[in-house]
Design a protein around this ligand. Structure first.
Ligand code: ADP
Ligand code: MG
Length: 334
């Protein structure tokens, strides 16, 4: 049972008729009816040892804990309003807390997103570690709330055959940072390695672009688990297929200095990109470019939406199908 089968089987229930839940489990945000507006709600958990290594810089950790949630609001096209913060801390370390709050509140203030509540607790001593002082793992859970006009509702389910497929920014660099850490990538300049690490530690949620694409994009998701896997969620929910043109995938200069097989694997299936992947009718190309210019976030047209029967294909510059044997990230994969 993988992560999504588990959620489908145990936590995806029919929304009762008359409920104010407009969009329930299965999208980047839940959407709740509030009269003329929809309230968008999303939760993301960061766990030491799974989402970040022990000893990571608390300044960037504070930023990232909120950024990954604002990225889900961006997918829904919601304006951030408030967030809740639940923490399980091994100890009350003043300098750690100072730095964590520095990163957290700088991003919150930039987006006018107000900390409105939460919960704080201490982590227990790990089982079998009574003799040591090992306590863990540090756990950070943020729930972010935003809103949008009811008629601007956007989910993963609205893509139509014939739509263009777009992605913001550039892909694959956070995955390249992991590869540097594991030794998978060796001959690399210090500048390139630092650029990759920045993309891993300081994701920039595409909030302004997400809002600017209201009424323009037919479907959207933020790329957190890898482009192909997250595109798969749009295709499944929208009951369509897609063709991705490998040559059109946005890759930074630094990523282009890696071997071609790594460029492919990292940009198609890397994860932790926090870019917006979205679909829009070809008639909206000028509107998409205008949204990109207004939000100062570059976008690339990387393919098109096709009928469901065609599945998901990646093609090279000559139009030949490319093998894509990589899985996107799954917490419960064998
Ligand atoms: P995202 O990557 O956008 O945060 P996820 O892949 O984590 O989304 O989750 C997929 C969907 O499943 C989301 O709608 C999320 O809210 C929902 N979900 C995940 N875990 C649970 C759970 N334990 N109970 C209810 N819904 C869940
Ligand atoms: Mg998401």
């Amino acid at each position: 049972m993988n992560e999504f089968e588990l959620i489908d089987r145990f936590f995806t229930r029919a929304v009762p008729a008359g409920s104010s839940v407009h969009q329930g489990v299965g999208d980047d945000c839940a959407l709740l009816d509030c009269g003329e507006r929809l309230l968008a709600v999303t939760t993301d958990l960061l766990l030491e040892g799974r989402h970040f290594p022990p000893g990571v810089d608390p300044l960037s950790l504070g930023h990232k804990a909120l950024a990954v949630n604002l990225s889900d609001l961006a997918a829904a096209g919601a304006t951030p309003r408030a967030f809740q913060l639940a923490l399980a801390l091994p100890r009350a370390d003043e300098s750690w807390l100072q730095a964590f709050c520095g990163g957290l509140f700088a991003l919150a203030d930039e987006h006018g997103c107000v900390l409105a509540g939460g919960d704080t607790t201490r982590t227990p001593r790990l089982a079998g570690e009574e003799a040591s002082s090992a306590e863990g793992p540090l756990t950070i859970c943020v729930t972010a709330l935003g809103d949008l006009p009811r008629q601007a509702a956007r989910t993963r389910a609205g893509a139509r055959a014939g739509d263009d497929l777009w992605v913001s920014g550039a892909l694959g660099e956070a995955r390249a940072a992991l590869a540097c850490r594991s030794g998978e990538v060796r001959s690399l300049s210090a500048e390139d390695a630092a650029a990759f690490q920045r993309r891993m530690d300081w994701p920039q949620p595409r909030v302004a672009l997400g809002v600017a694409l209201r009424g323009v994009a037919t479907a959207a998701i933020d790329v957190s688990d890898g482009l192909l896997g997250d595109l798969g969620h749009i295709l499944k929910r929208s009951r369509v297929g897609a063709v991705v043109e490998w040559e059109r995938l946005p890759r930074s200069e630094a990523l282009r200095r890696l071997p071609l097989d790594m460029q492919r694997r990292f940009s198609l299936a890397g994860g932790d990109d926090y870019e917006l992947l979205f679909t829009a009718a070809p008639a909206q190309r000028v509107a998409v470019e205008a949204a990109s210019a207004a939000s100062v976030v570059p976008v690339s047209r990387i393919g098109r939406v096709v009928a469901a029967g065609e599945g998901l294909r990646v093609i090279d510059a000559d139009g030949a199908p490319m093998a894509t044997p990589w899985r996107s990230f799954d917490h419960f994969a064998a």
